[in-house]
Design a binder for this molecule. Structure first.
Ligand SMILES: Cc1cc2nc3c(=O)[nH]c(=O)nc-3n(C[C@H](O)[C@H](O)[C@H](O)COP(=O)(O)O)c2cc1C
Length: 336
């Protein structure tokens, strides 16, 4: 139908439509509505756990076991942290194993749950509800060799980065502990200079980096973010990465700024890492009303999309990081 209309409509009319604000706005709204409908249809939102697909259950389990990993690497970990989430994770694991058996994700989840019990017992705390469930789950045959949870790394390991991209990528961790060292603004400037080499659609370079250095201001801004509890206060500086929407035109480009901004954010993370600066990306998955409030406090215009915050600081001599196991290449690479 669309291609038929394209053929029969006179060029003048097509040009008129192309430049007509009301027409373009309507198309963008419809396209965005379609995105929304698709997201409602295909995302895991509101799906009953017993009806969740393997991929849905796995990503939910990863979400919850990562909470355990993160909780255990905090500078001042809280005993019995996240107990409700952990009970929920056990439920998910049971449903999952019954349906799909003991896969890698199940093994990692079980290992993290075990580590949670050990972590609490080292702090002299009993988590009896979890322990009882773990005891029952021990009857299943797990792979005990798997490494998951928290691990200790030394600064020298993180800094052994240069030479090639493989080493650089493998030595970067999201740090949730910082040394207290002052990060020179020149280093951030250098990182931005490096990140400027990031490809962007038609080289439009819509990404922007906001650097916050005042501690009180950082504290205020971090209150808008939901994933920095227990370590955000240790960051020396805070970055917010945005993309300008006014660099994009038309309905087909409605998501392009997110692609460009995501790529740019990754470059900033690698660039800072290559310069020996510790980083932790912080999600800005916010509803519109919260986004607007954050933008107001951060001095960011409404025409910019918020990509993420990045907490930055010095790398401690020794610290704990979340293992954050990755999926196998064969799960991710589809050769067709
Ligand atoms: C967009 C984005 C948002 C993130 N948000 C948070 C966050 O709010 N809090 C946090 O502690 N980690 C956050 N992370 C870090 C991830 O947990 C981490 O990248 C992942 O577990 C992989 O571990 P690694 O970065 O150490 O390799 C975020 C990462 C990304 C890419």
């Amino acid at each position: 139908m669309k291609s038929y209309l394209k053929k029969i409509l006179p060029l003048e009319f097509k040009l008129y439509l192309k430049n007509n604000k009301a027409f373009i706005s309507t198309v963008i709204l419809f396209e965005s509505l379609y995105d929304g409908i698709n997201f409602v249809k295909y995302s895991a939102s509101g799906v009953n756990p017993s009806r969740k697909s393997k991929e849905m259950l796995e990503s939910e389990m990863i979400f919850y076991y990562h909470k355990i990993e993160k909780g255990m690497v905090m500078p001042n970990p809280r005993p019995k942290f996240g107990i409700k989430s952990i009970e929920h994770l056990i439920k998910l694991l049971k449903i999952y194993v019954q349906k799909y058996g003991v896969t890698e994700t199940a093994n990692i989840t079980f290992k993290c749950l075990n580590e949670y019990v050990i972590f609490n017992s080292n702090l002299g705390e009993e988590v009896s509800s979890v322990e009882t469930e773990i005891k029952k789950l021990r009857q299943i045959e797990w792979n005990n060799e798997i490494i998951a949870g928290a691990k200790e790394v030394e600064k020298s390991e993180i800094l052994g980065i240069n030479s090639n991209f493989e080493n650089l990528a493998h030595s970067r961790y999201s740090l949730r502990d910082f040394s207290g060292e002052n990060i020179d603004i020149d280093l951030v400037e250098k990182a931005v200079e490096i990140a400027q080499k990031t490809p962007s659609v038609c080289n439009r370079q819509s990404s922007r980096v906001y650097l916050y250095k005042d501690k009180e201001n950082i504290k205020k801004l971090l209150k808008h973010q939901n994933g920095n509890r227990g370590f955000g206060h240790l960051a020396d500086k805070l970055l917010i990465i945005t993309t300008r929407m006014d660099h994009f035109v038309g309905s087909s480009e409605r998501n392009q700024h997110l692609v460009d901004g995501g790529m740019y954010s990754m470059s900033i993370l690698y660039a800072l890492h290559s310069l020996g600066v510790g980083t932790c990306p912080l999600n800005l998955a916010l509803d519109n009303s919260s986004s607007i409030k954050l933008k107001k406090d951060a001095g960011i215009g409404n025409g910019e999309a918020l990509l993420m915050m990045i907490a930055i600081g010095g790398i401690p001599e020794k610290t704990k990081v979340a293992v954050s196991n990755r999926r196998h290449v064969k799960e991710v690479l589809k050769i067709i």
